[in-house]
Design a protein around this ligand. Structure first.
Ligand code: THU
Length: 136
C-alpha cells in the first residue's frame, strides 16, 4: 500500500478508534503486514491508567491475533506534531518486524520514514533469546 493510503487509515483511526477520556491525546496507527493485510487501531485508556494500550499495539495485536506475524510498515499519527512510538511499542514492532518501515505522519503529505534500527538501535529480540538458550 502507498504511504499516503496507510497514513489516511492511521488518521481515521486516530479520530474513530481512540478512547482517550483521560489524556485527551489521540493516537492512530495503521499497520501493513507482509501479506498486504492492513490493521488499524487507536489508543485505549483505562481509569487506573497503567492498562492503557497505545494505538500501535492495538493495531499490531489485532494483526497478530489474526495469525499475522510480520510487519511491512506502520504509520503512526498523534495529536502532537511528530508523535513517535513509545519504547514499549518500539519493542513490539521489533518482535513482529523484519525490517519494518516506520512512518511518523502529521498528514498524508507531511511525514518522515524511519527504519527500526534508527528508532531502536542495538535492540534485543527473539533471536537473542534463542542464542542464549543454545548456551544452556
Ligand atoms: N500513546 C500512544 O498511543 N502511542 C505512543 O506511542 C505514545 C503514547 C498514547 C498512550 C496514552 O493513551 C496517550 O498516548 C498519552 O500518553
Amino acid at each position: 500500500m502507498e504511504n499516503k493510503e496507510l497514513i489516511k487509515l492511521a488518521l481515521e483511526a486516530k479520530v474513530n478508534s481512540s478512547y482517550t477520556p483521560y489524556s485527551k491525546f489521540r493516537v492512530g496507527a495503521a499497520v501493513e503486514m507482509e501479506d498486504g493485510e492492513v490493521y488499524t487501531g487507536g489508543n485505549i485508556e483505562v481509569a487506573s491508567y497503567s492498562p492503557t494500550n497505545c494505538a500501535e499495539r492495538t493495531a499490531i495485536f489485532k494483526a497478530v491475533s489474526d495469525g499475522k506475524r510480520k510487519i511491512e510498515k506502520i504509520a503512526i499519527t498523534g495529536d502532537a506534531k511528530d508523535t513517535y512510538p513509545c519504547g514499549v511499542c518500539r519493542q513490539v514492532i521489533r518482535e513482529f518486524g523484519i525490517n519494518p518501515k516506520i512512518i511518523i505522519a502529521n498528514s498524508e503529505e507531511d511525514y518522515k520514514e524511519y527504519t527500526l534500527e534508527e528508532l531502536l538501535p542495538h535492540s534485543f529480540g527473539p533471536e537473542d533469546l534463542q542464542r542464549g538458550n543454545e548456551n544452556v
